[in-house]
Design a protein around this ligand. Structure first.
Ligand SMILES: C[S@@+](CC[C@H](N)C(=O)[O-])C[C@H]1O[C@@H](n2cnc3c(N)ncnc32)[C@H](O)[C@@H]1O
Length: 267
């Protein structure tokens, strides 16, 4: 029951979020950023001609990045009210099938080369059925690529954000947007200090956040405070997620010192 309540509320929260932050401009939606997300496991030209899926597509930035890499076809799934935004934002609709479904409802195609879940599984309380659906949709030798919030490297941040989130996930949009504005300015100073000092989350501040436009930095703060459910994965939890789903050759990368990229292969 708890699981269903969190699932439905998180999907509702993202629907609200993406209706307010609907575009994918700048570095946030760029192929350069996609290349950074995929490193060191995949190169952007590796997916050329492939049939792929994305679980939890939001406003479609990853779908459009995938199209730019030259994929043959993308299955894009999004369960929230952002589905309309996703369909509207897609660059080459003839190469995309959009499905308004949760991750566990991904059809068992059995012929996909790659499936991506970027920033999604950590918002799902019980992700095992989603991993199982991804496993069934891939062909033997296909890859599941996952990006997750990390526990390691986020200790101080989590000590601050966890109590704050108890309140912020319940706030209406305009109050949360005002709070984001208040946080935005000290954050800019923090980024500047990170250029000179080895402060916590320095890698993330300089290699990700600093490259974003002001609008997208605000979205990223909002995205941290808004969703009902968010889990920060330890290395062993991230590894177990794919191993328990039957994936082999599971490899992990601690990206910019704050998150986990995980890739596994269907035997
Ligand atoms: C942080 S966003 C990531 C969006 C996109 N992958 C990106 O990187 O831009 C997480 C997305 O997962 C979706 N989501 C939440 N619960 C889900 C579920 N149970 N199954 C599939 N997607 C879900 C949300 O609606 C949201 O659009």
């Amino acid at each position: 029951m708890n699981f269903i309540r969190h699932r439905d509320q998180t999907i509702k929260d993202f629907g609200k979020q993406w209706l307010k932050y609907s575009d994918n401009e700048g570095y946030y939606g760029s192929l350069e950023f996609f290349s950074d997300i995929l490193t060191p496991f995949l190169k952007i030209d590796e997916m050329k001609g492939c049939k792929v899926a994305e679980i939890g597509s939001g406003t479609g930035r990853i779908v459009n990045m995938l199209l730019q890499t030259g994929v043959k076809h993308v299955i894009a799934t999004e369960p929230s009210d952002a589905f309309e935004v996703l369909c509207h934002n897609i660059l080459s609709p003839e190469k995309v099938t959009c499905l308004k479904i949760t991750g566990d409802q991904l059809p068992p195609y059995g012929d996909l080369d790659y499936i991506f879940a970027i920033g999604v599984l950590h918002h799902i309380m019980d992700p095992a059925p989603v991993v199982e659906a991804a496993f069934k949709a891939l062909h033997s030798g296909g890859h599941f690529f996952v990006w997750l919030y990390g526990k390691e490297g986020n200790g101080l941040y989590l000590a601050l954000i966890a109590p704050l989130r108890v309140l912020t996930k319940r706030l209406p949009h305009y109050v949360l947007a005002t709070l984001v504005e208040i946080i935005y300015w000290p954050l800019l100073f923090y980024i500047k200090f990170c250029r000179r000092l080895p402060l916590p989350l320095r890698g993330y501040m300089l290699l990700v956040l600093e490259k974003m436009s002001p609008e997208k930095r605000r979205l990223i703060i909002y995205d941290q405070l808004n969703p009902s459910y968010a889990k920060y994965y330890s290395r062993s939890e991230a590894e177990k997620l794919l191993m328990d789903g039957g994936f082999i050759d599971v490899r992990l990368h601690h990206r910019h010192g704050y998150s986990w990229t995980v890739i596994g292969t269907k035997p």
